[in-house]
Design a protein around this ligand. Structure first.
Ligand code: AMP
Ligand code: MG
Length: 518
């Protein structure tokens, strides 16, 4: 094959990239050794094609512009290129365990994900991981594959979350294939390349705890501390300090999720990032009409992971993490009291979740309502808004977005939000109190609206938008995936030309079901 000079340049960049990936830095996860993962090449993917590409993620990694057009790009990120990698540098599937739906599930692991290695750019390091790249020793009954539908959803949502300012793994690209994959129906395979500083989950710690591998537990905790929280090393108990970091970042993540109506759908401990990132996009959903008990995962019959339960579940998951860390906690205490002290310490740190979450959520809600200074009774005002929204199934995103159009002087700007409520009288009663509260604010309407529009997105990845893009993609038209991704990169901007993407969902959207099947 002969390349034009610019393509040759890209190919050279790809060669550099593969070389970097196969020789990760000394403190990379891939250097932890065989206790933590199994190395193997990706399974072959036939006739792969590019179905989605994030220029933003590519730039984050320092990849040259246009690299997605190089045939070597697809070969690498569908996994096919990894068959030529040296044995000691093959991709790796890591082992972890976890609690699924509140029950200990034992060993799980990367059943369809393979780590490629790390890239450094601009002083930041990122791990790259192929999701859907074939069976691994941790696949259990699974086929190791992911379908195009769920891969596009992961790609779109991780991009959307990032641009909403919510910590998340990112996606570089989606590579599709006509290779069939059996789910409820026959679908086709895809591989999504995920990018994250780390893919370590609570379940990684639980795994070594449950296997009584205290040495490995310590190695893993040391890895996370060295790479991400070096200041923990200075603490009396570095591993307790690590738990504290997880508590805080997870509490902050819950504030972010609740504030935009995001439901994860499968908050099992193996889907909880030690860095507090949103990870493992499966049956997630942004709420349309507000329902406090909204369950986005059709398979979650008990509603364990319903919207309003997410913070409590995160807290529960942190207890699992703390338990996993117990064998290495409290080493600074006298041996005779160490066990009891470690439990006491962990409990204290865990309680910090509530101290952090509640005030942070209050502050965020105040910002969403455009209230600059805290006042007695603000929480009641917020709770009453949620009650009226719930009773009316008022659209979550539009309610908050349109609040900015209300005036503190009169009802002239009420209509856009008021029209979302069937029970107008109930809305008006709340709106009168809100207006009274706004009149205590010094900011004028215009300044308040600008501030509110920075925290209340106009565009979120509604299910029906993803579905439309997916249907087109199944016919090999990826333009809607890219258009939608582009809209979601500016969720707080007006983008009047994309008004349709901000509208209420069409009637057919209510019949969309999202299950664990991906
Ligand atoms: P999830 O609920 O999607 O986070 O997955 C739970 C566990 O099942 C993880 O260990 C996954 O790697 C594994 N898994 C999910 N889907 C598949 C699949 N199609 N093939 C192999 N393993 C899978
Ligand atoms: Mg998972």
């Amino acid at each position: 094959m002969s390349f034009s000079p610019s393509i040759a340049g890209l190919s050279a960049a790809l060669t550099d990239l593969s070389n970097t990936l196969v020789t990760p830095p000394h403190d990379a996860f891939a250097r932890l050794g065989g206790t933590f993962f199994t190395r193997l090449p990706a399974a072959p993917l036939s006739e792969p094609y590019l179905a989605g590409f994030s220029a933003g993620t590519a730039a984050l990694l320092g990849l040259p512009q246009g690299i997605e057009n190089d045939p070597g790009f697809i070969d690498l990120f569908c996994g096919n290129a990894t068959r030529d990698w040296p044995a000691e540098a093959l991709p790796y599937a890591s082992v972890y365990s976890g609690h699924q739906f509140g029950v200990w599930a034992g060993q799980l692991g990367d059943g369809r994900a393979l780590g490629l290695g790390e890239l450094e750019h601009g002083g930041q390091r990122f791990e790259l991981q192929l999701k859907g790249a074939g069976r691994t020793p941790y696949s259990r009954m699974g086929d190791g594959r992911a379908v195009l539908r769920s891969s596009i959803r992961e790609y779109l949502c991780s991009e959307a979350m990032h641009h909403l300012g919510i910590p998340t793994t990112r996606a570089l690209c989606v590579i599709g294939s006509d290779q069939p994959v059996r789910r409820e129906t026959i679908e086709t395979a895809a591989v999504v390349t995920r990018v994250s500083p780390s893919f370590v989950r609570f379940g990684h710690f639980e795994h070594f705890y449950s296997n009584d591998r205290v040495d490995a537990l310590r190695t893993l905790a040391d890895h996370v501390i060295e790479r991400f929280y070096p200041h923990c090393r200075e603490a009396d108990d570095p591993y307790l300090a690590l738990l504290d970091e997880a508590v805080r970042s997870t509490a902050d993540l819950m504030v972010d999720w609740q504030a935009v109506g995001f439901c994860h759908g499968v908050m099992n401990t193996d889907n909880m990032s030690i860095l507090g990132l949103t990870i493992d996009y499966g049956p997630f959903g942004f709420m349309d009409g507000f329902d406090a008990g909204h369950i986005c995962n059709h398979s979650d019959t008990q509603g364990r992971y319903a919207y309003q339960r997410q913070p409590q579940i995160a807290y529960w998951n942190l207890f699992c993490l703390a338990q996993g860390l117990l064998p290495i906690l409290g080493e600074q205490h006298e041996e005779s009291v160490r066990g009891d002290k470690a439990v006491e310490d962990a409990q204290r740190v865990l309680l910090g979740f509530k101290d952090r979450f509640a005030p942070a959520l209050e502050a965020r809600m105040r910002a969403k309502l455009g209230l600059e200074h805290a006042r007695e009774g603000d929480d009641t005002l917020v709770n009453r808004l949620f009650e009226v929204m719930h009773a009316n199934r008022a659209d979550f995103t539009l309610t908050f977005r349109n609040l900015a159009r209300m005036s503190k002087h009169d009802a002239s700007g009420d209509a856009p939000v008021r029209d979302l409520f069937l029970d107008r009288a109930a809305f008006d009663a709340w709106a009168n109190d809100y207006r009274a509260r706004l009149s205590e604010e010094t900011r004028d309407d215009a300044a308040r609206a600008i501030a509110m529009n920075r925290v209340n997105p106009k565009f979120v990845l509604r299910n029906h938008l993803a579905e439309t893009a997916i249907q087109r993609a199944k016919e090999k038209d990826f333009s809607e995936v890219e258009r939608l991704a582009a809209v979601l990169r500016h969720p707080f901007d007006e983008q009047p030309e994309y008004e349709a993407y901000a509208g209420l969902p069409p009637d057919w959207a209510s019949s969309l079901e999202v299950s664990c099947s991906s």
